[in-house]
Design a protein around this ligand. Structure first.
Ligand code: MCA
Ligand code: AMP
Length: 506
């Protein structure tokens, strides 16, 4: 019996092949056509030299074809590696060198740059795909016979690798197995009480767990229709909401909706469930949303390495500032630095264990081992409290991480770049409250004596080295960084000094 996730998803496709899977800007993709399309793309992957277990790196704009490509990789047993569309060539070069893919799929206009990167790392085959349904992948798909085989996969075989940066700076590839993805999808589909006839509004990117796995797997397991927008934009979202019953989003989506005076009950009249996650949802957003729409946002918590971990209940009380209970089948404990469970209610690092937890970082067994306790619990790096009933709240981060609009930015990576600039002695990158992105990336920089480096020089230097969402929204120069007696930079002091930096929308 194969544990290929595609088999599970396919078993839930509606009986009527004419049922629509995606409503998109160029038309509709029906479930019957979906199975055919994944079989065609699988044939192209095989023709391109991709064998079961090989890695396929994909950096393309969101499109129905990109979804088909993901499902085709599952189908033929390749390992899907989606990259943030904002990554710059230097970042992609590192990832290609690390992942050693057999095939890269990129935007047509990036072919030259990606081709050069591929050549450096002996990747011979590059296919292209754009968001309008053009590219060599599409051309080949129309001329190839579908290959309907579904590769036999064991539950621990890797289905996808998602890169997540780390406190040490360089990205690490989290290996997610077919069973990691399947078990998590089945649990949340049930926990969030998906119903026949549910329609999902999909406005998230599809290179992260949230948009790719959480949203799409739920809809596929439900045989649901998805209203599929290539990005989050207010007017199309307001127009589509009345046709939908479920929406998933990062907190920025909800604050942006609330900024629109005409947004309210009328647009939400058919909605059953608004879900939020990837970053903390402020209590004021939670409260205001209920006042304006009558809906109580259901906040859940997860991470790349483990998919969805905790959730507020569907039927029970949803609490602002809390992320609910460990999902069924997942154990959670709040522990001290040694991994010993601490008293109920006190803050500590959240540790988890369950079928959702990843198989390790690609090519980094030692790093993987550092993140696990001897009894198999994974150390999330998030600081949490748990009450006597098992309700969990995320109250801080033990890891040095900024979350901007739902995207993670690791300060170490940005500081390492800034410190390369002539005239910079040192830097500290922090996140401070930002009205749109939740946290705004901010660089605090110390110049060398008599150096004249400016914010503009720093911004220009970073422009083509790191993705734009990681770039500091503000650069501030100081004479020295605050340090404790051990010499460690006091980021908390900096965060409180600059807490009001973005009090106006920027
Ligand atoms: C875009 N920009 C950003 C961000 N997004 N800057 C900081 N943080 C961001 N998140 C910058 C662009 O570089 C550009 O800068 C300017 O903002 C406008 O770009 P645009 O593309 O128009 O932005 P947008 O469409 O308004 O995007 C904002 C967004 C987007 C809709 C909030 O960032 C988004 O879709 N975020 C969702 C992230 C997500 O899916 N996270 C899930 C991770 P310039 O003008 O300077 O060029 S999965 C996860 O965390 C776990 C598992 C979980 O629990 O879910
Ligand atoms: P990522 O590496 O993109 O998967 O981001 C995972 C991180 O996002 C977690 O470790 C948390 O720090 C954060 N996160 C996700 N959901 C929530 C939430 N509901 N509340 C607070 N933080 C969250």
């Amino acid at each position: 019996m194969s544990d290929n996730l595609y088999l599970l998803l396919q078993s839930r496709f509606p009986n009527s092949g004419s049922a629509v899977f995606l409503h998109h800007d160029r038309g509709e993709l029906r479930y019957a056509a979906l199975d055919d399309a994944t079989a065609r793309y699988a044939a192209i992957l095989k023709q391109s030299g991709v064998a079961t277990g090989d890695r396929v790196i994909v950096q393309v704009d969101k499109s129905p074809e990109a979804v088909v490509l993901y499902l085709a990789c599952l189908r033929m047993g390749a390992v899907f590696i989606p990259l943030n569309t904002g990554y710059m060539p230097a970042e992609i070069d590192f990832l290609v060198g690390d992942a050693k893919p057999t095939l890269i799929v990129c935007r047509p206009d990036a072919l030259k740059i990606i081709g050069d990167i591929g050549a450096t790392h002996q990747v011979e085959t590059i296919l292209t795909l754009d968001s309008d349904g053009h590219g060599t992948l599409i051309e080949q798909a129309s001329n190839i016979a579908p290959d309907f085989e579904i590769a036999a996969r064991d539950k621990d075989d890797i289905a996808a690798i998602l890169y997540t940066s780390g406190t040490t700076g360089k990205p690490k590839g989290a290996m997610l197995s077919h069973d990691n993805l399947a078990s998590n999808a089945l649990v949340i589909h049930e926990y969030w009480a998906w119903e026949p006839g549910d329609v999902l509004l999909h406005v998230l990117p599809i290179f992260h767990v949230h948009g790719l796995f959480v949203a799409l797997h739920c809809a596929l397991l439900n045989g649901s229709s998805v209203i599929f927008h290539n990005k989050f934009e207010i007017d199309p979202v307001l127009a589509a909401l009345p046709e939908c019953t479920v929406m998933m989003g990062v907190p920025t989506f909800y604050t942006r909706l609330l900024d629109v005076p005409r947004f309210g009950r009328e647009q939400c009249k058919n909605m059953r469930l608004f879900l939020a996650g990837s970053a903390p949802l402020l209590s004021e957003t939670f409260d205001l949303f209920e006042t304006r729409t009558g809906h109580i946002i259901l906040e859940r918590y997860g991470m790349t390495e483990a998919g969805m971990i905790t959730s507020n209940p569907y039927h029970g009380e949803r609490i602002a500032g809390g992320v609910g209970f460990a999902l069924p089948g997942i154990e959670a404990r709040v522990a001290d630095e040694a991994g010993k469970e601490i008293e109920t209610g006190d803050p500590g690092v959240l540790e988890i264990k369950g079928p959702n937890v990843f198989k390790g970082y690609w090519g980094l067994p030692e790093k993987t081992a550092e993140e696990f306790r001897d009894d198999g619990f994974f150390i999330t790096g998030d600081v949490a409290t748990m009450d006597k009933d098992g309700r969990i709240a995320i109250v801080g981060r033990a890891k040095d991480l900024v979350i901007s609009g739902g995207f993670n930015v690791y300060p170490k990576e940005i500081e390492s770049e800034i410190d390369l600039i002539d005239g910079v002695r040192e830097s500290a990158v922090i996140g401070v409250p930002h009205p749109d992105f939740g946290e705004g990336v901010t660089a605090i920089v110390v110049r060398e004596a008599s150096a004249t480096v400016t914010a503009e020089i720093i911004t220009d230097f970073l422009a083509d080295r790191i993705a734009r969402f990681k770039q500091p929204k503000k650069v501030i120069f100081v004479a020295e960084l605050p340090r404790n007696t051990m010499g460690k930079v006091q980021k908390q002091a900096l965060r409180s000094d600059y807490a009001d930096l973005f009090s106006e929308k920027t």
